[in-house]
Design a protein around this ligand. Structure first.
Ligand SMILES: [Zn+2]
Length: 454
């Protein structure tokens, strides 16, 4: 069995007290023990990693993303969400499996480099005859080596039905349900230590019909998988829901049977007190994406209020087209700064921000028994952050250095005990090749979009 001992690290387990200088023993893909001082019994035959100058945290969990958007970064830079979507739908309509594979390889590699060990991906554009896009993203995750929660997204409410997207990027309800069931059957692994779990994820209230939302919920619940969608991201969405459904987004979700402990929503920026109460009472989670909300001028989510009332909050980078090269680790700082700018310096602590990025994320994905904290029996998904650089070493609190400072280099990123990043470099795939795959995906998508537009 693969045995690893990390020693001399500052350990922030998220659950339980921090350890100033301690060890973590890993056996196979699990954490076997951790504690202060050197590892009892010595290294034996274990691989020893010296964590001197490093902070050990649980691996970060990304709970909202659109990996394919790596191929469409930097477009419609000053647009509102709805303007931005309308500008991009026609570009995305041209994507194929090669675009998705390249974009996902770059996007997941980039996530791993900022300490992400588990990522979800909400893919909701499936143009016909363009290959198996979901399988392409799963293949990329397998190569990069991080845990992956592909959410099979969908849209069936095109312009002709009062929705936002052009009809060319939406699918028929029956086709969506069949493809989603097939994706669960082919890829979903519910086991402890699973590397791939599928979720069901109609895109949003303004792109999915009520029937698609309710049928999707029934399908997911019958299959025992989770539900995800965008909710209350912008005031435009509020207006759309009032106009079309006569109620605001969270009420609409409630009516459709879309609140519950198996559901997590992206954004939840525009919530009334009653909405927060509903999320708390039903155990519905939130994926907070502060950089994307800032980039699109969407607003600032009510994170402290949600936490105070017991709503689970995780973090997300959101798609690269609305937040470009967002580092997941950097979202801890962005979340903290937004809340402090609005509510004052005690609105969110560095340790709370770390908890959002780890345990909060694990809960959103239904994996708090496996991930999100450093505890014996949990999976050995962890990051050793180098916090002893010539400049960062002056910060004596390593958690403060991680959250409030510039994102440190990960000396190691382990997923199930496997080294995905060593000394700030990807080890599972060539870092240069992963970067090139993303750039190639962009060129390919722009060429395909030009061809189809002609
Ligand atoms: Zn999104």
């Amino acid at each position: 069995m693969n045995e690893i001992i990390i020693e001399n690290a500052y350990i922030a387990p998220v659950a339980g007290p921090e350890i100033e200088s301690g060890y973590i023993r890993i056996e196979g893909d699990r954490i076997a023990a951790l504690g202060p001082g050197p590892a009892p019994g010595g290294p034996g035959g274990a691989t020893r990693i010296d964590g001197t100058g490093c902070l050990a945290t649980p691996g970060l969990v990304n709970t909202h993303h659109h990996l394919y958007q790596w191929a469409s970064q930097g477009l419609a830079q000053d647009a509102t969400l709805f303007e931005w979507l309308v500008a991009l739908y026609r570009v995305w309509a041209a994507m194929d499996a090669d675009v998705v594979k390249g974009a996902a390889t770059a996007g997941l590699g980039w996530l791993a480099l900022s300490g992400c060990t588990t990522s979800s991906d909400h893919h909701y554009v499936f143009p016909q005859g363009r290959g198996d896009l979901l399988a392409a993203s799963i293949e990329a995750a397998r190569e990069v080596g991080i845990r992956f929660h592909p959410a099979r997204g969908s849209m069936d409410r095109g312009e002709s039905r009062g929705g936002l997207p052009p009809d060319v990027v939406v699918e028929r309800l029956d086709d969506i349900l069949a493809a989603t069931a097939a994706a669960i059957e082919a890829h979903h692994d519910p086991s402890f230590s699973s590397m791939v779990r599928v979720a069901v994820a109609p895109c949003s209230p303004f792109t999915a019909s009520a029937e698609l939302m309710t049928e999707s919920a029934a399908l997911a619940r019958a299959a025992g998988v989770r539900l995800h969608t965008h909710v209350a991201e912008t005031l435009d969405e509020d207006e759309h829901c009032m106009e079309q459904f006569g109620m605001r987004p969270v009420d609409y979700m409630e009516k459709l049977g879309w609140l519950g402990p198996d559901v997590w929503f992206a954004h939840t920026v525009h919530l009334r007190d009653a909405d927060i109460g509903k999320l708390a009472a039903t155990g519905t989670g939130s994926a907070h994406c502060p950089s994307s909300n800032g980039r699109l001028g969407a607003g600032i989510a009510r994170v402290p209020e949600m936490l105070r009332r017991g709503v689970n909050v995780g973090l997300g980078v959101d798609g690269s087209a609305s937040s470009e090269l967002t580092l997941l680790a950097g979202e801890m700082r962005q979340a903290l700064l937004f809340q402090r700018a609005r509510h004052g310096p005690d609105a969110l602590t560095a340790r709370q921000a770390l908890e959002l990025a780890t345990l909060g994320g694990a809960r959103n994905l239904g994996r708090e028994d496996e991930l999100g904290t450093l505890e014996p029996g949990k999976l050995a998904d962890l990051v050793l952050w180098r916090v002893d650089g010539p400049f960062t070493a002056a910060v004596t609190d390593p958690v403060c250095a991680l959250v409030l400072g510039p994102v440190p280099t990960p000396a190691r990123v382990l997923v199930g005990g496997r080294s995905v990043v060593v000394d700030g470099e990807l080890r599972t795939v060539s870092q240069d090749a992963a970067g090139r795959a993303g750039a190639d995906a962009r060129r390919r998508l722009m060429r395909l979009a030009e061809d189809t537009g002609r």
